[in-house]
Design a protein around this ligand. Structure first.
Ligand code: NOJ
Length: 772
């Protein structure tokens, strides 16, 4: 069935030295908190054992069941309406001990009352866990994770996750179903927006940062929130980028590309993980024993809780993997799934499955132990009312500090893709501006895919408001929609063209709406909707200089006048303070420093497109006269319009003096690489110096480049700094023979680069012995 458990050396354990390397490269420590020794050491406390001994089979199944919190239901549906109960039923089930976890309800007071029903109304008084999809903010919303990953700044990601946890725990939550750590190499897939993009290394660094941020230093603290890396595993590899589709994947690519961000999350202290909807090579992830038990528990030693995705256990029937619901419950628990979300299969079938002998009691007990240990780890038995304080909710929600962080993170997520003749930054006075497009003053599309559910939408700052607030004369801004996202408006083009004609500079706010990205929002074509493209053409025909403000949750295949505009800013969905954050960059209050975490292809048809592909036996030639019989499309070269790692600044940086401590790296030694980076311009700026490698010859064909480190350097005009990287054998490993991690002696190229396609190169040899 595909997945194999590897226990030979060099194993997953030595591979984890890699992440320590990643930590060194980004200046962050990756160590698991020690506050939950019982859970991580696998044993349970006396309290947990005493409880377990008293529990009926039904109470055990209850602890393994998670249901939508209908006592305080969310405003909008985040999931299909399946098996949904009402508030009264939920409370009755809580009192009967038939529920262990409630999710996606918010509000401290109602949570307090529900907890009371568990603690005072149920036989064993086991407190409930309250979970929710707090993905990129809560009431105050931060950039979509993809956008924030463009900051290449794990410290920022940690701060926004910490802030989201503080706000969400104040509203009666203990647990977030985040971070989403799926590596996404196909931009047609809508959920690209929720993760860190196409690269595994960046994904590891961001995953660890987000886990640290959500969980904080002390899991028992009132504002600490359990993190859940999801979706385990390879959900980002769905065929053709179609949501929920099957995954056909080699063991090597699974281990090399898709699994490392999960390991990074566990190393950072994550105690839970959510399974994916998809199958992998024919076995659905939710009942995939080699994955959930073989790799996760036996190979990696994970001691935490595995939760299904929403009804993904029940979906084993539709997959054609389980005969019926009972069979689905049996297959799931036997594969290693601890908690069933929303299907109700565990509460319905586990007791009978155990009494009939189909499922050993020990298997159920092990899962219950984990869930109770999780509750114990966050201090729920000592204080069941932690994080359920309406006073804290009033104080910690939508504070000025949270809004300031939303604005800061928003501005730091923006990527300057193009800036001909230094059109940007704009002056705050003396120019008439026309802000045109469906997103010009739109407040419904600033938050992004997960932003809309719990957000305080009153906080949303649209572009027009943000831009106007910084203009010396607010009347110098004209606003016209021109069209809707996908449809025309009567007279819209005419009014937009007139506005452009009356202005000196046009700000063109075009792209995707929020509901074109995220879950169940796969696209076949990743271009800007046709009506907006036509609007752009009409505006460009006026001859006015155009600054494109791109709204998007994935890479966009830019074309025509939008692609050719003199200035382009990739602005994603930036959250509550979007308008202010964009204005900060437009007017140069903030110097843009984002770098693309995904490649922008030339055309949609190139997808799946990612920088770290393999070379092929007939790589495309740089000689325009030697293009026949090469790996290319008939009409275009297979390259990015804007590559991974790319981003401009309002200043210029030079990188020089790349030096290697040795060109012969001993088997157990470290290679130190230094380079100088200098701000050659006249304004302060941040540069992201990137380290890529290529293994020239190996027993498996290797990617043309692989990111192995980056440094974000902040420099005053004229200032210079040395950046240092370190590479060890662990950083050069790949999954080879026997589907095991290994390194092979031989020649490697490296680049100190500004993106995945440029840089100063050097080479070194990995020697078979320690003493070169
Ligand atoms: C389905 C999504 O795939 C998952 O990410 C989310 O956590 C659950 N729904 C719960 O809302």
């Amino acid at each position: 069935m595909g997945l194999k458990t590897s226990n030979g050396a060099p194993s997953g354990a030595s591979r984890r030295a890699f992440l320590s390397g990643a930590a060194a490269l980004t200046g962050l420590a990756v160590t698991a908190p020690r506050a939950f020794a019982n859970l991580t050491s696998g044993g349970a406390s006396d309290r947990v054992e005493r409880l377990l001994a008293q529990m009926t089979l039904e109470e055990k199944a209850g602890q393994l069941s998670c249901f939508a919190d209908m006592v305080r239901p969310p405003i909008a549906d985040m999931n299909p309406v399946v098996n949904v109960r009402n508030a009264e039923t939920v409370i009755a089930e809580v009192k009967a001990g038939r529920v262990g976890i409630l999710f996606n309800g918010v509000g401290a007071q109602a949570a307090f009352e529900t907890q009371k029903a568990a603690v005072e109304g149920s036989r064993l008084k086991i407190p409930l866990l309250f979970a929710a999809d707090v993905v990129h903010g809560f009431r105050t919303v931060f950039p979509i994770p993809l956008g924030e990953s463009a900051s290449f700044d794990p410290h920022l990601a940690e701060r926004t996750a910490r802030a989201a946890a503080s706000e969400a725990t104040a509203s009666g939550l203990h647990w977030t179903f985040a971070p989403m750590v799926d590596v996404a190499r196909d931009q047609r897939w809508g959920r690209v927006a929720e993760g860190a993009g196409e690269d595994t290394f960046l994904g590891e660094v961001m995953a660890a940062a987000r886990v640290r941020g959500f969980q904080g230093r002390d899991l028992k603290a009132d504002d600490s929130m359990l993190a859940t890396p999801k979706h385990f595993a390879a959900y980002g590899a769905v065929a053709a980028g179609m949501e929920y589709n099957s995954v056909e994947l080699s063991e090597a690519t699974l281990r090399e590309v898709h699994l490392p961000p999960f390991q990074a999350s566990f190393d950072a202290g994550a105690l839970t993980v959510m399974t994916a909807f998809n199958d992998i090579n024919g076995v659905p992830a939710t009942a995939n024993k080699p994955l959930l038990t073989g790799i996760l528990r036996e190979e990696w030693g994970f001691k935490g809780v595995v939760i299904s995705d929403y009804t993904s256990d029940q979906e084993l029937v539709a997959h054609g993997f389980a005969a019926d619901d009972r069979d689905a419950a049996r297959l799931s628990i036997l594969a290693g799934l601890d908690v069933s979300m929303q299907s109700g299969l565990y509460i319905r079938y586990l007791p009978e499955l155990v009494t009939s002998g189909a499922v050993p009691m020990a298997v159920v007990d092990a899962s219950v132990r984990r869930v109770l240990a999780l509750k114990e780890a966050i201090g729920l038995f000592d204080d069941p009312y932690r994080s359920l304080d309406p006073k804290a909710e009033a104080i910690r929600t939508a504070t000025p500090a949270l809004r300031a962080l939303s604005r800061e993170s928003g501005a730091r997520s923006i990527v300057l893709l193009k800036n001909e003749r230094n059109l940007l930054p704009l002056p705050k006075a003396g120019k008439r501006l026309a802000l045109i497009g469906p997103f010009a003053d739109d407040r419904d599309n600033v938050l992004g895919a997960w932003g809309g559910f719990f957000a305080d939408r009153n906080l949303n700052v649209d572009l027009a408001t943000g831009v106007r607030a910084q203009l010396a004369d607010p009347a110098s801004l004209i606003v016209e929609h021109g069209c809707e996202v996908e449809t025309t408006i009567a007279g819209g083009f005419e009014r937009a063209v007139a506005a452009a004609q009356a202005a000196d500079i046009v700000l063109l706010a075009v792209g995707e709406s929020q509901d074109m990205t995220g879950e169940a929002k796969s696209r076949t074509d990743i271009r800007i909707p046709p009506v907006q493209q036509r609007l752009a053409e009409a505006i460009a025909a006026t001859g006015k200089p155009v600054v494109v403000l791109l709204r998007h949750g994935r890479a966009i295949a830019l074309e025509g006048v939008v692609r050719d505009a003199p200035a382009i800013l990739a602005t994603w969905f930036l959250g509550s303070e979007m308008g202010n954050a964009v204005a900060d960059v437009l007017f140069g209050v903030v110097n843009p420093s984002g770098r693309l975490p995904i490649s922008f292809p030339i055309e949609s048809g190139q997808e799946p497109f990612f920088y770290n592909s393999r070379t092929t036996g007939r790589p495309a030639s740089t000689d325009p006269n030697a293009q026949e019989y090469k790996a290319r499309w008939r009409s275009i070269r297979n390259e990015a319009l804007y590559p991974f790692g790319f981003g401009l600044s309002y200043t210029r940086f030079s990188v020089s003096d790349v030096k290697l401590s040795t060109d012969k790296l001993g088997w157990n030694e470290a290679l130190r690489i230094t380079a100088k980076v200098r701000n050659e311009g006249t304004v302060h700026g941040d540069h992201v110096v990137q380290l890529y490698i290529r293994d020239r010859v190996a027993s498996r064909t290797r990617p043309v480049r692989e990111l192995k480190g980056f440094h974000r350097v902040s420099l005053a005009p004229g200032a210079e700094r040395e950046v240092r990287f370190e590479l060890k054998r662990e950083n050069l490993m790949f999954v080879g023979d026997g589907d095991r991690w290994l390194a092979e002696p031989g020649m490697f190229d490296l680049w100190i680069a500004n993106s995945a396609v440029d840089g100063l190169s050097a080479s070194f040899e990995l020697m078979a012995s320690s003493r070169p």
